[in-house]
Design a binder for this molecule. Structure first.
Ligand code: CTP
Length: 398
Protein backbone atom coordinates (compact mmCIF):
# COMPACT_ATOMS: atom_id res chain seq x y z
CA UNK A 1 0.00 0.00 0.00
CA UNK A 2 3.03 2.26 0.05
CA UNK A 3 3.73 1.46 -3.59
CA UNK A 4 4.20 4.66 -5.55
CA UNK A 5 4.01 6.88 -2.45
CA UNK A 6 6.57 9.66 -2.20
CA UNK A 7 8.15 10.18 1.19
CA UNK A 8 10.36 13.15 1.94
CA UNK A 9 12.51 11.86 4.80
CA UNK A 10 14.23 14.48 6.90
CA UNK A 11 16.98 12.94 9.00
CA UNK A 12 17.88 14.94 12.09
CA UNK A 13 21.18 14.87 13.93
CA UNK A 14 20.93 12.28 16.68
CA UNK A 15 22.36 8.87 17.42
CA UNK A 16 19.04 7.35 16.25
CA UNK A 17 19.86 8.58 12.72
CA UNK A 18 21.37 5.16 12.05
CA UNK A 19 17.85 3.70 12.27
CA UNK A 20 16.82 6.01 9.43
CA UNK A 21 18.94 3.83 7.13
CA UNK A 22 16.83 0.80 8.00
CA UNK A 23 13.69 2.91 7.66
CA UNK A 24 14.69 3.83 4.09
CA UNK A 25 15.23 0.15 3.31
CA UNK A 26 11.83 -0.82 4.74
CA UNK A 27 10.07 1.92 2.80
CA UNK A 28 11.81 1.00 -0.45
CA UNK A 29 10.88 -2.67 0.08
CA UNK A 30 7.26 -1.56 0.17
CA UNK A 31 7.57 0.32 -3.09
CA UNK A 32 7.77 3.87 -1.71
CA UNK A 33 10.04 6.49 -3.27
CA UNK A 34 12.21 8.10 -0.59
CA UNK A 35 13.81 11.52 -1.01
CA UNK A 36 16.26 12.01 1.87
CA UNK A 37 17.21 15.33 3.39
CA UNK A 38 20.07 15.45 5.87
CA UNK A 39 20.54 18.22 8.39
CA UNK A 40 24.13 19.33 8.94
CA UNK A 41 24.12 17.61 12.34
CA UNK A 42 22.76 14.38 10.80
CA UNK A 43 25.89 14.16 8.65
CA UNK A 44 27.85 13.65 11.87
CA UNK A 45 25.94 10.39 12.41
CA UNK A 46 25.26 8.97 8.93
CA UNK A 47 26.98 9.70 5.66
CA UNK A 48 25.22 11.17 2.62
CA UNK A 49 26.80 8.34 0.63
CA UNK A 50 25.08 5.53 2.59
CA UNK A 51 21.78 7.41 2.72
CA UNK A 52 21.92 8.08 -1.02
CA UNK A 53 22.87 4.49 -1.84
CA UNK A 54 19.93 3.10 0.12
CA UNK A 55 17.44 5.65 -1.17
CA UNK A 56 18.71 5.23 -4.72
CA UNK A 57 18.77 8.91 -5.53
CA UNK A 58 19.97 12.35 -4.66
CA UNK A 59 20.45 13.33 -1.04
CA UNK A 60 19.53 16.93 -0.30
CA UNK A 61 21.86 18.58 2.18
CA UNK A 62 22.34 22.32 2.57
CA UNK A 63 19.80 25.08 1.99
CA UNK A 64 21.67 27.05 -0.62
CA UNK A 65 22.48 24.27 -2.98
CA UNK A 66 22.35 26.17 -6.24
CA UNK A 67 21.98 23.11 -8.44
CA UNK A 68 18.99 22.16 -6.38
CA UNK A 69 17.48 25.59 -6.68
CA UNK A 70 17.88 25.46 -10.45
CA UNK A 71 16.47 21.92 -10.77
CA UNK A 72 13.79 22.02 -8.12
CA UNK A 73 13.24 24.81 -5.61
CA UNK A 74 12.95 23.84 -1.99
CA UNK A 75 9.29 24.82 -1.94
CA UNK A 76 8.58 22.43 -4.75
CA UNK A 77 10.66 19.72 -3.09
CA UNK A 78 8.46 19.95 -0.01
CA UNK A 79 5.26 19.78 -1.98
CA UNK A 80 5.73 16.88 -4.32
CA UNK A 81 5.81 14.47 -1.37
CA UNK A 82 2.76 12.55 -0.12
CA UNK A 83 4.14 12.76 3.41
CA UNK A 84 7.07 14.42 5.14
CA UNK A 85 8.67 12.21 7.77
CA UNK A 86 11.15 13.60 10.28
CA UNK A 87 13.17 10.74 11.79
CA UNK A 88 14.86 11.24 14.13
CA UNK A 89 13.14 14.46 15.19
CA UNK A 90 15.60 15.96 17.67
CA UNK A 91 14.58 18.36 20.44
CA UNK A 92 16.18 21.15 18.41
CA UNK A 93 14.33 20.28 15.23
CA UNK A 94 11.03 20.12 17.14
CA UNK A 95 11.74 23.52 18.67
CA UNK A 96 12.49 24.96 15.23
CA UNK A 97 9.29 23.48 13.85
CA UNK A 98 7.20 24.79 16.75
CA UNK A 99 8.77 28.23 16.39
CA UNK A 100 8.39 28.35 12.61
CA UNK A 101 12.12 28.76 11.94
CA UNK A 102 13.55 28.38 8.45
CA UNK A 103 17.30 28.63 8.79
CA UNK A 104 18.33 25.45 7.00
CA UNK A 105 16.93 23.17 4.33
CA UNK A 106 15.05 20.85 6.73
CA UNK A 107 13.23 23.56 8.66
CA UNK A 108 12.55 25.55 5.49
CA UNK A 109 10.97 22.54 3.81
CA UNK A 110 8.74 21.92 6.81
CA UNK A 111 7.66 25.55 6.97
CA UNK A 112 7.03 25.77 3.23
CA UNK A 113 5.00 22.62 2.89
CA UNK A 114 1.31 21.99 2.65
CA UNK A 115 1.92 18.25 3.02
CA UNK A 116 1.29 16.41 6.27
CA UNK A 117 4.24 15.91 8.57
CA UNK A 118 4.97 12.89 10.79
CA UNK A 119 7.72 13.17 13.38
CA UNK A 120 9.55 10.36 15.21
CA UNK A 121 11.12 12.12 18.21
CA UNK A 122 14.38 10.80 19.64
CA UNK A 123 16.37 12.38 22.43
CA UNK A 124 17.69 12.01 25.95
CA UNK A 125 14.98 11.33 28.57
CA UNK A 126 15.45 14.65 30.37
CA UNK A 127 15.33 16.56 27.10
CA UNK A 128 12.10 14.77 26.20
CA UNK A 129 10.56 15.46 29.60
CA UNK A 130 11.69 19.09 29.70
CA UNK A 131 8.71 21.47 29.77
CA UNK A 132 10.07 23.24 26.67
CA UNK A 133 10.01 20.04 24.61
CA UNK A 134 6.59 19.06 25.94
CA UNK A 135 5.33 22.57 25.13
CA UNK A 136 6.72 22.28 21.60
CA UNK A 137 5.16 18.84 21.22
CA UNK A 138 1.75 20.15 22.27
CA UNK A 139 2.08 23.04 19.78
CA UNK A 140 3.09 20.72 16.97
CA UNK A 141 0.20 18.35 17.68
CA UNK A 142 -2.11 21.34 17.76
CA UNK A 143 -0.78 22.25 14.30
CA UNK A 144 -1.76 18.78 13.08
CA UNK A 145 1.73 17.27 13.10
CA UNK A 146 1.54 13.50 13.59
CA UNK A 147 3.83 11.70 15.99
CA UNK A 148 5.15 8.18 16.45
CA UNK A 149 7.00 7.27 19.65
CA UNK A 150 9.25 7.88 21.44
CA UNK A 151 9.45 4.52 23.21
CA UNK A 152 10.72 3.71 26.67
CA UNK A 153 13.97 1.87 26.97
CA UNK A 154 17.72 1.95 27.49
CA UNK A 155 19.18 4.91 25.70
CA UNK A 156 22.53 5.33 24.01
CA UNK A 157 23.34 7.97 26.66
CA UNK A 158 23.06 5.34 29.42
CA UNK A 159 19.75 6.52 30.87
CA UNK A 160 16.41 4.74 30.84
CA UNK A 161 12.98 6.13 29.99
CA UNK A 162 11.02 7.68 27.14
CA UNK A 163 13.17 9.13 24.38
CA UNK A 164 14.15 6.21 22.17
CA UNK A 165 13.06 6.64 18.59
CA UNK A 166 10.25 4.31 17.48
CA UNK A 167 11.52 1.27 15.61
CA UNK A 168 11.58 1.51 11.79
CA UNK A 169 8.63 -0.88 11.42
CA UNK A 170 6.57 1.18 13.87
CA UNK A 171 7.39 4.26 11.80
CA UNK A 172 6.37 2.40 8.63
CA UNK A 173 3.03 1.52 10.30
CA UNK A 174 2.51 5.16 11.30
CA UNK A 175 3.30 6.23 7.72
CA UNK A 176 0.77 3.73 6.36
CA UNK A 177 -1.84 5.05 8.78
CA UNK A 178 -1.05 8.66 7.90
CA UNK A 179 -1.46 7.85 4.23
CA UNK A 180 -4.92 6.43 4.86
CA UNK A 181 -3.99 2.85 5.56
CA UNK A 182 -4.24 0.87 8.74
CA UNK A 183 -6.63 -1.99 9.33
CA UNK A 184 -9.24 0.33 10.87
CA UNK A 185 -9.12 2.98 8.12
CA UNK A 186 -12.64 4.15 7.34
CA UNK A 187 -14.05 2.68 10.58
CA UNK A 188 -15.68 4.70 13.33
CA UNK A 189 -15.02 3.47 16.86
CA UNK A 190 -16.66 4.97 19.92
CA UNK A 191 -14.84 4.77 23.26
CA UNK A 192 -16.12 5.82 26.69
CA UNK A 193 -13.52 6.47 29.35
CA UNK A 194 -12.82 7.89 32.80
CA UNK A 195 -15.06 8.20 35.83
CA UNK A 196 -18.34 10.07 36.01
CA UNK A 197 -19.08 12.75 38.59
CA UNK A 198 -22.58 12.71 40.06
CA UNK A 199 -23.40 15.98 41.80
CA UNK A 200 -24.67 16.16 45.38
CA UNK A 201 -24.93 19.92 45.23
CA UNK A 202 -23.15 22.55 43.11
CA UNK A 203 -19.82 22.01 44.88
CA UNK A 204 -19.83 18.33 45.87
CA UNK A 205 -20.02 15.15 43.86
CA UNK A 206 -19.72 11.38 44.04
CA UNK A 207 -16.91 9.91 41.94
CA UNK A 208 -14.65 6.87 41.70
CA UNK A 209 -10.94 6.17 41.36
CA UNK A 210 -10.80 5.58 37.60
CA UNK A 211 -7.95 7.58 36.00
CA UNK A 212 -9.10 6.99 32.43
CA UNK A 213 -5.67 5.57 31.57
CA UNK A 214 -6.90 2.35 29.97
CA UNK A 215 -9.54 4.15 27.91
CA UNK A 216 -7.06 6.79 26.72
CA UNK A 217 -4.52 4.11 25.77
CA UNK A 218 -7.20 2.26 23.87
CA UNK A 219 -8.28 5.41 22.05
CA UNK A 220 -4.66 6.05 21.01
CA UNK A 221 -4.21 2.44 19.84
CA UNK A 222 -7.37 2.66 17.73
CA UNK A 223 -6.25 5.98 16.18
CA UNK A 224 -2.90 4.34 15.42
CA UNK A 225 -4.69 1.64 13.43
CA UNK A 226 -6.41 4.30 11.34
CA UNK A 227 -9.83 4.41 13.04
CA UNK A 228 -11.88 7.56 13.39
CA UNK A 229 -12.32 7.60 17.16
CA UNK A 230 -14.98 9.43 19.15
CA UNK A 231 -13.75 9.57 22.72
CA UNK A 232 -16.46 10.33 25.27
CA UNK A 233 -14.76 10.96 28.58
CA UNK A 234 -15.72 11.85 32.13
CA UNK A 235 -13.36 13.99 34.23
CA UNK A 236 -10.26 11.80 33.87
CA UNK A 237 -6.80 12.49 35.26
CA UNK A 238 -4.89 11.40 32.14
CA UNK A 239 -5.15 13.44 28.91
CA UNK A 240 -7.36 12.19 26.06
CA UNK A 241 -5.68 10.50 23.08
CA UNK A 242 -4.31 12.82 20.38
CA UNK A 243 -6.08 12.40 17.08
CA UNK A 244 -9.46 11.41 18.57
CA UNK A 245 -12.60 13.52 18.54
CA UNK A 246 -13.00 14.22 22.27
CA UNK A 247 -16.36 14.84 23.96
CA UNK A 248 -16.06 15.87 27.62
CA UNK A 249 -18.93 14.96 29.93
CA UNK A 250 -19.48 14.85 33.65
CA UNK A 251 -22.43 12.64 34.59
CA UNK A 252 -23.65 9.23 33.41
CA UNK A 253 -26.73 10.86 31.87
CA UNK A 254 -24.51 13.23 29.86
CA UNK A 255 -22.33 10.30 28.83
CA UNK A 256 -25.33 8.38 27.49
CA UNK A 257 -26.51 11.43 25.54
CA UNK A 258 -23.02 11.94 24.06
CA UNK A 259 -22.78 8.26 23.11
CA UNK A 260 -26.18 8.32 21.40
CA UNK A 261 -25.22 11.49 19.54
CA UNK A 262 -21.98 9.89 18.34
CA UNK A 263 -23.62 6.79 16.83
CA UNK A 264 -23.56 5.14 14.34
CA UNK A 265 -20.25 3.41 14.93
CA UNK A 266 -18.69 0.19 13.69
CA UNK A 267 -17.56 -0.69 17.20
CA UNK A 268 -18.12 0.74 20.67
CA UNK A 269 -15.88 0.12 23.66
CA UNK A 270 -17.16 1.06 27.09
CA UNK A 271 -14.10 1.57 29.25
CA UNK A 272 -15.68 4.24 31.46
CA UNK A 273 -16.23 3.59 35.16
CA UNK A 274 -19.77 4.91 35.15
CA UNK A 275 -21.40 5.62 38.52
CA UNK A 276 -24.23 3.16 38.98
CA UNK A 277 -26.24 5.67 40.97
CA UNK A 278 -26.80 9.39 40.97
CA UNK A 279 -28.09 11.51 43.81
CA UNK A 280 -31.84 11.76 43.17
CA UNK A 281 -32.27 14.66 45.56
CA UNK A 282 -29.21 16.64 44.46
CA UNK A 283 -29.54 20.18 45.69
CA UNK A 284 -29.46 23.22 43.45
CA UNK A 285 -27.85 25.19 46.28
CA UNK A 286 -24.91 24.26 48.49
CA UNK A 287 -26.02 22.04 51.39
CA UNK A 288 -25.37 23.71 54.76
CA UNK A 289 -24.98 22.32 58.25
CA UNK A 290 -28.20 23.19 60.06
CA UNK A 291 -26.70 22.96 63.56
CA UNK A 292 -28.73 19.90 64.51
CA UNK A 293 -25.81 17.51 63.97
CA UNK A 294 -27.90 15.52 61.48
CA UNK A 295 -26.30 14.69 58.14
CA UNK A 296 -28.40 15.31 55.05
CA UNK A 297 -30.13 12.15 53.78
CA UNK A 298 -29.03 11.48 50.22
CA UNK A 299 -31.40 9.49 48.05
CA UNK A 300 -30.05 7.56 45.09
CA UNK A 301 -31.54 6.72 41.72
CA UNK A 302 -30.07 4.20 39.30
CA UNK A 303 -28.21 5.63 36.33
CA UNK A 304 -28.91 4.43 32.81
CA UNK A 305 -26.65 1.52 31.86
CA UNK A 306 -24.97 2.88 28.75
CA UNK A 307 -23.33 -0.41 27.75
CA UNK A 308 -26.60 -2.34 28.09
CA UNK A 309 -28.56 0.38 26.27
CA UNK A 310 -26.23 0.28 23.25
CA UNK A 311 -25.84 -3.53 23.33
CA UNK A 312 -29.59 -3.99 23.18
CA UNK A 313 -30.52 -1.17 20.82
CA UNK A 314 -31.52 -3.27 17.82
CA UNK A 315 -31.13 -1.41 14.50
CA UNK A 316 -28.11 0.88 14.55
CA UNK A 317 -26.27 -1.27 17.10
CA UNK A 318 -22.51 -1.20 16.48
CA UNK A 319 -21.32 -4.48 14.99
CA UNK A 320 -19.01 -5.02 17.95
CA UNK A 321 -19.84 -3.88 21.49
CA UNK A 322 -17.17 -4.32 24.16
CA UNK A 323 -17.65 -3.77 27.89
CA UNK A 324 -15.23 -3.75 30.78
CA UNK A 325 -15.86 -5.48 34.07
CA UNK A 326 -14.09 -4.22 37.13
CA UNK A 327 -14.45 -6.92 39.75
CA UNK A 328 -12.99 -7.65 43.16
CA UNK A 329 -13.92 -11.34 43.43
CA UNK A 330 -14.86 -14.27 41.23
CA UNK A 331 -13.73 -12.21 38.24
CA UNK A 332 -14.49 -14.73 35.52
CA UNK A 333 -17.92 -15.81 36.77
CA UNK A 334 -19.04 -12.21 37.26
CA UNK A 335 -17.65 -11.12 33.90
CA UNK A 336 -19.36 -13.93 31.99
CA UNK A 337 -22.65 -13.21 33.74
CA UNK A 338 -22.24 -9.50 32.96
CA UNK A 339 -21.64 -10.25 29.28
CA UNK A 340 -24.89 -12.22 29.09
CA UNK A 341 -26.89 -9.75 31.18
CA UNK A 342 -25.81 -6.66 29.29
CA UNK A 343 -25.87 -8.28 25.84
CA UNK A 344 -22.43 -7.10 24.71
CA UNK A 345 -20.12 -9.16 22.49
CA UNK A 346 -16.96 -9.06 24.57
CA UNK A 347 -16.13 -8.27 28.17
CA UNK A 348 -12.65 -7.21 29.19
CA UNK A 349 -12.53 -8.30 32.81
CA UNK A 350 -10.04 -7.17 35.39
CA UNK A 351 -9.41 -7.66 39.06
CA UNK A 352 -9.46 -4.27 40.75
CA UNK A 353 -8.77 -5.30 44.33
CA UNK A 354 -6.51 -2.54 45.73
CA UNK A 355 -3.68 -5.08 46.20
CA UNK A 356 -3.45 -5.51 42.41
CA UNK A 357 -2.63 -1.80 41.95
CA UNK A 358 -4.56 -1.84 38.68
CA UNK A 359 -7.09 0.93 39.29
CA UNK A 360 -5.15 4.15 38.83
CA UNK A 361 -1.97 2.18 38.02
CA UNK A 362 0.00 1.77 34.79
CA UNK A 363 -0.51 -1.97 34.31
CA UNK A 364 -3.50 -4.19 33.75
CA UNK A 365 -4.12 -7.91 33.84
CA UNK A 366 -7.24 -8.75 31.88
CA UNK A 367 -9.29 -11.71 30.78
CA UNK A 368 -11.08 -11.33 27.47
CA UNK A 369 -14.47 -13.03 27.57
CA UNK A 370 -16.09 -13.65 24.19
CA UNK A 371 -18.68 -16.06 22.79
CA UNK A 372 -15.78 -18.49 22.32
CA UNK A 373 -14.78 -18.50 25.98
CA UNK A 374 -12.27 -16.76 28.24
CA UNK A 375 -8.69 -15.83 27.39
CA UNK A 376 -6.38 -14.76 30.22
CA UNK A 377 -3.78 -12.22 29.08
CA UNK A 378 -0.54 -11.73 31.03
CA UNK A 379 -0.02 -8.66 33.18
CA UNK A 380 0.92 -5.92 30.69
CA UNK A 381 1.28 -2.16 30.55
CA UNK A 382 -2.06 -0.52 29.83
CA UNK A 383 -0.83 0.71 26.43
CA UNK A 384 0.13 -2.85 25.50
CA UNK A 385 -3.29 -4.16 26.60
CA UNK A 386 -4.74 -1.38 24.45
CA UNK A 387 -2.65 -2.33 21.42
CA UNK A 388 -3.70 -5.97 21.68
CA UNK A 389 -7.34 -5.09 22.15
CA UNK A 390 -7.28 -2.65 19.22
CA UNK A 391 -5.73 -5.34 17.04
CA UNK A 392 -8.47 -7.78 18.08
CA UNK A 393 -11.13 -5.17 17.30
CA UNK A 394 -9.56 -4.62 13.87
CA UNK A 395 -9.66 -8.39 13.32
CA UNK A 396 -13.32 -8.61 14.29
CA UNK A 397 -14.29 -5.77 11.93
CA UNK A 398 -12.50 -7.25 8.90
N1 CTP B 1 -21.39 0.69 32.28
C1 CTP B 1 -22.13 1.61 31.56
N2 CTP B 1 -23.09 2.34 32.18
C2 CTP B 1 -23.34 2.17 33.49
C3 CTP B 1 -22.59 1.25 34.24
C4 CTP B 1 -21.61 0.53 33.61
O1 CTP B 1 -21.91 1.76 30.36
N3 CTP B 1 -24.27 2.90 34.06
C5 CTP B 1 -20.39 -0.13 31.58
C6 CTP B 1 -18.97 0.15 31.97
O2 CTP B 1 -18.40 1.12 31.12
C7 CTP B 1 -18.34 -1.21 31.76
C8 CTP B 1 -19.42 -2.18 32.09
O3 CTP B 1 -20.63 -1.44 31.96
O4 CTP B 1 -18.01 -1.43 30.41
C9 CTP B 1 -19.37 -2.81 33.44
O5 CTP B 1 -19.41 -1.90 34.45
P1 CTP B 1 -19.32 -2.34 35.98
O6 CTP B 1 -19.45 -1.11 36.79
O7 CTP B 1 -18.13 -3.19 36.21
O8 CTP B 1 -20.56 -3.28 36.12
P2 CTP B 1 -21.95 -2.94 36.73
O9 CTP B 1 -22.91 -2.76 35.62
O10 CTP B 1 -21.82 -1.85 37.68
O11 CTP B 1 -22.30 -4.27 37.47
P3 CTP B 1 -21.94 -4.63 39.01
O12 CTP B 1 -22.46 -3.50 39.80
O13 CTP B 1 -22.63 -5.90 39.18
O14 CTP B 1 -20.45 -4.77 39.09
Amino acid sequence: MLAGKRILLIIGGGIAAYKALDLIRRLKERGAAVTPVLTRAAEEFVTPLSVGALAGGKVHRALFDLTDEAEMGHIQLSRVADLIVVAPATADLMAKMAGGHADDLASTLILATDTRVLIAPAMNVRMWQHPATQRNLAMLRGDGVLTVGPNDGDMACGEFGPGRMAEPLEIVAAIETALGGGPLAGRHVLVTSGPTHEPIDPVRYIANRSSGAQGAALGAALVALGARVTFVTGPATVPPPPGAHVVQVETAAEMLAAVEAALPADAAVFAAAVADWRVANASGAKLKKDGSGRAPALEFAENPDILATVSQMGPGRPRLVVGFAAETDDVLAHASAKRARKGCDWIVANDVRPATGIMGGTENEVTLVTADGAEAWPRLRKDEVARRLAARIAGALQ
